[in-house]
Design a protein around this ligand. Structure first.
Ligand code: HEM
Length: 126
């Protein structure tokens, strides 16, 4: 098993969801990326990202059952994502990881994963 699929068992369901909650507390009030999210469905956005990460990090596959194949790049096409938006997403997630007290070794693995995926989401020249 690769390092990414061990994160769920190491970090645990509760802390992963706390991390996503801490992330969305920041996204909600963010001047650059906050306005991209559906304003009346913050709980839904939080659940989709949390379920996706639980699945991707080796936990239950609820995300797949409810949303199907992630197709993340396609699902981000409706949003204009350049380097600024990518960097902001990563900054807010980095703060959320810190706030949640994720252990350093795990934080590094997660950070590399997030950086890779976030870069793939770019669909606009900056
Ligand atoms: C690069 C900057 C990014 C921006 C600006 C961005 C923005 C958004 C927005 C506006 C949504 C729609 C909210 C919703 O309906 O859930 C969304 C959905 C989502 N994003 Fe991102 N995102 C970014 C990067 C990422 C990364 C790095 C990941 C994963 C590691 C990710 C995973 C997801 C997931 C799983 C969904 C829900 C997809 C679905 O099932 O509909 N996003 N994102």
């Amino acid at each position: 098993m690769d390092e990414i699929s061990q994160i769920y068992s190491q970090v645990g369901d509760e802390r992963l969801r706390q991390m996503v909650a801490a992330f969305y507390r920041r996204v909600k009030v963010d001047d650059l990326i906050g306005k991209m999210y559906p304003p009346d469905d913050w709980d839904g956005s939080e659940k989709r990202l949390a379920d996706f990460l639980v699945y991707r990090f080796g936990g239950p596959q609820t995300y797949l059952e409810e949303r199907g194949h992630p197709r993340l790049r396609a699902r981000h096409f409706p949003f204009s994502i350049g380097m600024e938006e990518r960097d902001r997403w990563l900054t807010l997630m980095g703060q959320a990881i810190k706030e949640t007290g994720i252990e350093q070794a795990r934080a590094v693995v997660m950070g590399q994963f997030f950086a890779q995926v976030a870069d793939m989401m770019r669909n606009r020249e900056s």
